[in-house]
Design a protein around this ligand. Structure first.
Ligand code: ADP
Ligand code: MG
Length: 625
């Protein structure tokens, strides 16, 4: 083999960074480089099979699609060879010299996010091709592209700053052959038993025959096309880990086939960990699309709705036109049909789970409920099914326990026309909220919402079984149809004339207020700020306001509607003080407004509240002293 030309290249800075971490890592499971290289060989072979569908002229078109692993104890080398698409000169530079490709990019991102040199991340992400430098002194990549008039090339590097690309005279077979010169410490990777174990562990589901020095290893093949009763739970779990490169176990899975309206075999895994919850950033879809075992696209975007991006697995449909381009596939009506069917089936699985295994469902809800909430706010088609799956704490549940909307309605009182919710930071805050008084005194259940997205859920969900979602702080809640548990009519309220003059006094004293009214809903509190928009709570308005730009903010001020309790001693006293000690009456009125703002979650700057508090204390001490 004589070489014609040799080009020397520097690795891109990011690659150097990855290599540096990989080479110096004390990571103990060095064997993962085999998983990475075999999976690259498999990817390249999948791509070749896909290319064969659309391209007529393929170099060595009839070559068997097998993966070879060859060990050589004498020379301390290991070779991994495939008959896949191979690489052109540009592709070699692009794929093995820069970091445009997925595996190592994700690794770098996770590294930046976790902010440390984390050995464990090597295990998780594998760091693809570069992981080979954990065990190698030198690596040679011989490759021949599938394109008819391509070159036979060799890429060589020792994993330090640079690599070389040489042209090879004479023809390499199509595909890629990676010749690993193992360093002295890693002779173990030339031992047959060791290799067998590793490949069985990591590569049992590779779709192509794997030969270890001429002996074909047993592999599991396309699990999703097998009969369910031939598959053990262990097989499913292993397949999940293999296919999604996951390190958790699946929580549960859905394996189903259908003949009509589409021919489809699907295997959908629900992970046990929500990686977004761990701060790993937004998840990418992870369900691969196959047609009769041929990978059409890894992780296509439109196969499932965005809010199901946490699902992993495989969908195989023989109805897919094989020669379709990836771009047109994304919006083909067939993919849309698949999307609909898969979503429906998955939601059905969740509903069944919630009925038959409520504990398992709660477990799921705690980790992935946020995605279903996102679904309610963004996916009108599945809204009704999704609403059934929501779970919330309520004034009826114990702390940490939740109720479904159906169960809520089953407990609704005669005459209750709406589903009530209240948003707050935590359960304690909500339980002590003055907004709850009217509901508690009538034994009406109120859902407790803790997460900002919940308000959007109520807002977009609008209603459940024809009962509207209504925030418990709304102005025009009419609870009069429902009797209070203990009707306390003995307490006297202000007469109409006094009430009127007090309202006028308050309006004058508190110009911030747009509207003022008296209310029968309060029992223990003197006043509350109510919300004139039924669907939108004060919190939500605040959030929307924060999202808008400054110039749009004018006029978006929350207009304040104060509701006072005419039975409350403090209110009755102010009515008297308004003429006998107007200064104190004014101070007290202002403080009532400020305090109501606290309950409504509208106070950002407590300084005014504090200042007034001192003024009142001073006034009181003056009268007492
Ligand atoms: P990833 O597989 O996540 O893309 P890798 O580091 O494992 O990242 O591989 C980098 C890229 O190098 C691949 O995306 C692929 O384009 C190319 N590559 C690696 N191995 C092979 C191979 N055996 N045949 C063809 N291309 C390969
Ligand atoms: Mg890879």
């Amino acid at each position: 083999m004589t070489t014609q030309t040799t080009e020397k290249h520097e690795f891109q800075a990011e690659v150097k960074q990855v290599l540096d971490i990989v080479v110096n890592s004390l990571y103990t499971d060095k064997e993962i480089f085999i998983r990475e290289l075999v999976s690259n060989a498999s990817d390249a072979t999948e791509k070749l099979r896909h290319t064969q569908l659309t391209e007529k002229n393929i170099y060595e078109a009839d070559k068997e699609l097998e993966i070879y692993v060859q060990f050589d104890e004498e020379n301390n080398t290991l070779t991994i060879q495939d008959a896949g698409i191979g690489m052109t000169r540009e592709e070699l530079v692009e794929n093995l010299g820069t970091i445009a490709h997925s595996g190592s990019k994700a690794f770098l991102k996770a590294l930046q996010e976790s902010g440390e040199k984390n050995d464990n991340l090597i295990g998780q992400f594998g760091v693809g091709f570069y992981s080979v430098f954990m065990v190698a002194d030198k690596v040679e990549v011989f490759t021949r592209t599938w394109k008819e008039n391509g070159e036979s090339l060799c890429w060589i590097s020792d994993g330090s700053g640079s690599y070389e690309i040489k042209t090879i005279e004479g023809d390499e077979p199509r595909g890629t052959r990676i010749l690993i010169h193992l360093s002295e410490d890693f002779k173990e990777f030339t031992k047959k038993e060791r290799l067998e174990t590793i490949i069985n562990n990591y590569s049992a589901f590779i779709q192509f025959p794997i030969k270890l020095n001429d002996e074909t290893l047993k592999t599991m093949g396309a699990l999703w096309l097998k009969n369910k009763n031939e598959i053990s739970d262990e097989d499913y779990k292993e397949f999940y880990k293999f296919q999604s490169k996951a390190f958790d176990e699946p929580q549960f899975w859905l394996h189903f086939n259908a003949d009509a309206p589409l021919e489809i075999n699907a295997l959908l895994f629900t992970p046990s960990e929500n990686m977004e919850g761990f701060g790993f950033g937004r998840m990418e879809p992870g369900v691969n699309l196959y047609c009769r075992k041929i990978l059409i696209e890894a992780d296509p975007k439109n196969l499932l709705p965005d809010w199901l991006r946490f699902l992993r697995g495989v969908v195989d449909s023989s109805d897919l036109p094989l020669n379709i381009s990836r771009e047109s596939m994304q919006d083909s009506s067939l993919v849309q049909k698949l999307n609909k069917l898969l979503t429906k089936r998955y939601l059905k699985q969740l509903e069944e789970k919630s009925n038959k295994e409520p504990e398992a469902y709660t477990n799921f809800w705690n980790k992935f409920g946020i995605f279903l909430k996102e679904g309610v706010t963004s996916d009108f088609t599945h809204r009704d099914q999704l609403l059934k799956l929501l779970r919330y704490e309520s004034s009826y549940t114990k702390e940490g326990e939740t109720t479904s909307l159906s169960d809520y309605l089953s407990r609704a009182l005669d005459g209750q026309k709406e589903i009530y919710f209240l948003f707050g930071a935590n359960r304690k805050a909500l339980e002590n909220s003055p907004y709850l008084e009217a509901f508690n005194s009538r034994n009406i259940e109120v859902l407790f919402l803790f997460e900002p997205i919940d308000e959007f859920v109520m807002n977009h969900g609008r209603s459940f079984e024809e009962k509207n979602f209504v925030s418990a702080d709304s102005a025009d809640i009419d609870l009069d149809a429902i009797k209070k548990v203990e009707q306390d009519e003995s307490e006297e309220k202000l007469d109409e004339a006094t009430e009127k003059s007090l309202c006028e006094f308050l309006k004058e004293t508190l110009p911030e207020i747009k509207e003022i009214s008296t209310s029968s809903r309060l029992t223990n509190s003197p006043a509350i700020i109510v919300n004139s928009d039924k669907m939108m709570t004060a919190q939500m308005k605040k959030m929307l306001k924060a999202m808008q730009k400054m110039d749009e903010m004018q006029g978006a001020e929350t207009s304040i509607h104060l509701e006072i309790n005419p039975k409350h001693p403090l209110i009755k006293n102010i009515a008297v003080l308004q003429s006998s000690n107007p200064d104190l009456a004014k101070l007290l009125s202002k403080q009532i407004l400020e305090t109501s703002k606290v309950s409504a979650g509208l106070i950002e700057d407590p300084s005014q509240l504090v200042e007034q508090n001192y003024k009142i204390m001073q006034k009181l001490s003056e009268t007492m002293a």
